[in-house]
Ligand binder design. Structure first.
Ligand SMILES: C[S@@+](CC[C@H](N)C(=O)[O-])C[C@H]1O[C@@H](n2cnc3c(N)ncnc32)[C@H](O)[C@@H]1O
Length: 204
C-alpha cells in the first residue's frame, strides 16, 4: 500500500514492520517494510519493472538509489555490483533506517544509506536508479533531479521508472531539454522506464 505521506522526514504513523520476500534475478530479498514508508507491505509495480528491465549497473564506482524507501533498489544494485558503493538517499528518516537494516539482513555491506546532505560533495555517480517521488510536485521534482543529475559521471547512466499517467512523457521531454537526453526503454502496466545520460559535449 502506498502511503500518501511517504516523503515526510519523520512519519507520524506508528511503526508496524511487515516483512515481504521479493524474488529477483540476483536472488530473493527479504525486506522489512513499514508504515510511513513508500510501498508498505509489497514491492511497488514500477520498482519491480525497473529491477527486471534496467541494464546492469556499473560494476565499480559510486551508484545512487535516489529516494530509497525501504531499500529494494539499493540492495538489488549492491548485490549486482558487489565491488561498487551504493548510496541510498531519502528525506524520510524511517526509510533510511529501514534501508540500513534491510541491507544488513540481506548480507549486503556495500550500501550507504543516508540523508541527502550526508553524501560527500565530491562523489559522482556511474549509475543512478530511481523510482522518483512524483507526488512531491513538478517543481520540487525538477529541483531534485537538477540537484543529482549534474553529479552523474560523463559516461554514467540513469534509469528511472515513472507512471505514464503521472507525467512520464513530459518528464522525458523536460529532461532532454535540460541537457539529459532521455529515451523510453520499456513500458508495462502503466509504467515507463526512462534511460537518461548526459548530453555529449559538442553534440548539436
Ligand atoms: C516512489 S518512492 C520509491 C521508494 C523506493 N525506492 C522503492 O522503489 O520502493 C520515492 C522516495 O523518494 C523519497 N524522497 C522524497 N523527496 C526526496 C528528496 N528530496 N530527496 C531524496 N528522497 C526523497 C520519498 O521519501 C520516497 O521514499
Amino acid at each position: 500500500m502506498t502511503n500518501e505521506h511517504y516523503f515526510s522526514p519523520q512519519p507520524s504513523s506508528a511503526s508496524q514492520p511487515y516483512v515481504i520476500t521479493v524474488a529477483l534475478p540476483e536472488g530473493t530479498l527479504r525486506l522489512t517494510t513499514d508504515r510511513g514508508v513508500f510501498s508498505y507491505g509489497a514491492l511497488d509495480t514500477g520498482t519491480r519493472l525497473l529491477l527486471l528491465k534496467a541494464p546492469a549497473p556499473a560494476a565499480t564506482g559510486n551508484l545512487l538509489d535516489l529516494g530509497c524507501g525501504a531499500g529494494a533498489i539499493a540492495i538489488s544494485m549492491a548485490k549486482r555490483s558487489p565491488h561498487a558503493v551504493v548510496w541510498a538517499v531519502d528525506v524520510n528518516e524511517r526509510a533510511v533506517a529501514l534501508t540500513r537494516q534491510n541491507a544488513e539482513a540481506n548480507n549486503v555491506f556495500n550500501v550507504r544509506a543516508c540523508l541527502p546532505d550526508d553524501i560527500p560533495a565530491d562523489v559522482v555517480f556511474d549509475t543512478i536508479w530511481s523510482n522518483p517521488p512524483i507526488h512531491i510536485g513538478k517543481g520540487p521534482l525538477h529541483d531534485l533531479l537538477l540537484r543529482w543529475l549534474p553529479r552523474l559521471s560523463p559516461t554514467g547512466q540513469v534509469t528511472m521508472v515513472v507512471q505514464k499517467h503521472l507525467g512520464s512523457d513530459s518528464l522525458q521531454t523536460w529532461l532532454t531539454s535540460q541537457g539529459y537526453p532521455t529515451e523510453r526503454m520499456a513500458s508495462a502496466k502503466g509504467f515507463r522506464l526512462l534511460s537518461t545520460t548526459r548530453a555529449t559535449p559538442n553534440a548539436s
